[in-house]
Write a protein that binds this ligand. Structure first.
Ligand SMILES: Nc1ncnc2c1ncn2[C@@H]1O[C@H](COP(=O)(O)OP(=O)(O)O)[C@@H](O)[C@H]1O
Ligand SMILES: CC(=O)OP(=O)(O)O
Ligand SMILES: [Mg+2]
Length: 391
């Protein structure tokens, strides 16, 4: 052992993180001795004109890009590859060393995450072909939510039917909720075990979670990443009868409704834009559709903040993260305005300051701290991967 960093002399210390999404592959190569990013990249527009033909081609492009930087997958310094896998079902509640049997089990979960899991599986298969002997680890979006109690995880539908089809709340963005809730405790100078946090992960996909003492007790996403908050292109909560209505009265097919709710709804559906920056610009010009989209987005957020305040009882912090949460002072302010009865007092000046690191944006007098914490899903995945690969 090397006393300085706890690793065996000459042992590989690098981890490649692969995040295969529905139309992109993101990757990062990290050195786990100092968490340095040696390479990061993104292959976009998979399956579109001018983009990679498919996910396998995108993964080979990633391997070539790393080769070109002298950081190829054949490097003896690579300790492991970590893959983000969106749906782990009830079977995978912790990071898992990938075997043929694990790949088959992730394939069996495709019906629960048809938009996400197939891309994750392709990523795993391509890198296993390239480095068959290297430890590869699946890190699941759902795992952090496995602790949610039955009262919050169950939908109130016929129990036998629910169990037969695996219908329950799984929750997603778990690596982000785990990382950010821990970082919030650190920012407050407290132990995660005595810190209660509401985490608002507001990216293209968006979800809220209630974390009590480091343990997740509720989250807004459900069976799939469609439920809950208003997102870039996803509706979040709707009355499920909307689906029957569109089928019976609108004559839409199941796949059309799936596409409508996942890809043509949310901010995009309400105003034609899914980027909060563009919505802000349009609002400044008095655009009514953009204003409506913003208002619906914020109203839904406030509902979940209220609900999760009640779920937790005592709230120590409300933390904003991901693209919108880290950058939109307007969303943060509108979401928390007038919540003094819940112990939340924003400091509008602190909130408006553009910053990059973890920071507080509440007034010093606020009983509940309001924080902005940049998420780092890749580092969380790399840590989980390295821990499992080197144990
Ligand atoms: N400066 C900004 N102000 C407001 N919103 C921003 C800003 N920068 C990024 N965003 C929002 O963040 C979103 C992307 O968030 P991100 O967490 O990167 O998404 P993803 O889910 O793709 O990882 C964009 O769609 C945009 O609306
Ligand atoms: C699960 C999910 O919603 O992921 P993303 O935000 O990457 O779309
Ligand atoms: Mg993201």
């Amino acid at each position: 052992m090397n006393a300085a960093n706890g690793t065996k002399a000459g042992a590989p210390t690098r981890v490649l993180v692969i995040n295969s999404g529905s139309s992109s592959v993101k990757y990062q190569l990290l050195d786990m001795t100092d968490h340095a990013r040696l390479a990061t990249g993104l292959v976009e527009r998979i399956g579109e004109r001018g983009g990679a033909a498919d996910h396998a081609a995108a993964l080979r492009q990633v391997a070539d890009e790393l080769d070109g930087q002298g950081l190829g997958l054949d490097s003896p310094r690579l300790a492991a590859i970590g893959h983000r896998v969106v749906h782990g079902g009830t079977r995978f509640t912790a990071p898992t060393l990938i075997t043929d049997e694990v790949v088959t089990a992730i394939e069996e979960l495709v019906p629960l995450a048809p938009l996400h899991n197939p891309a994750n599986i392709t990523g795993i298969k391509v890198t296993r072909e390239l480095r068959p002997e290297l430890p590869q680890v699946a890190v699941f979006d759902t795992a952090f939510h496995a602790t949610i109690p039955e009262a919050a995880a169950r939908y109130a539908i016929d129990l036998a039917t629910a169990d037969r089809y695996g219908i329950r709340r799984y929750g997603f963005h778990g690596t982000s909720h785990a990382f950010v809730s821990r970082a919030t405790a650190a920012l407050l100078g407290r132990e995660p075990a005595d810190t209660n946090v509401i985490v608002l992960h507001l990216g293209n996909g968006a979800s809220a979670s209630a974390v009590r003492g480091g343990v997740c007790v509720d989250t807004s996403m459900g069976l799939t990443p469609l439920e809950g908050l208003v997102m870039g292109t996803r509706s979040g909560d709707v009355d499920p009868a909307v689906v029957f209505h569109l089928e019976r009265v609108g004559g839409l097919g199941t796949d059309e409704i799936d596409t409508l709710l996942n890809k043509r709804s949310g901010l995009l559906g309400l105003c034609g834009d899914n980027d909060m920056r563009e919505i802000g610009r349009r609002m400044a010009e008095g655009d009514k559709a953009a204003q409506l989209a913003f208002d619906v987005y914020v109203h839904r957020l406030r509902r979940y903040i209220g609900a999760f305040s009640a779920v937790l009882g005592r709230v120590d912090a409300i933390t904003f993260t991901a693209g919108v949460g880290e950058n939109s002072a307007a969303v943060r302010e509108a979401a928390l305005l007038g919540l003094d009865n819940l112990g939340v007092t924003m400091d509008p000046v602190r909130n408006a300051v553009r910053g990059t690191g973890a920071r507080l944006v509440s007034a010093s007098s606020s009983r509940v701290a309001v924080a902005v914490v940049p998420t780092d899903e890749e580092l969380e995945i790399a840590r989980d991967t390295y821990a499992l690969a080197t144990e």
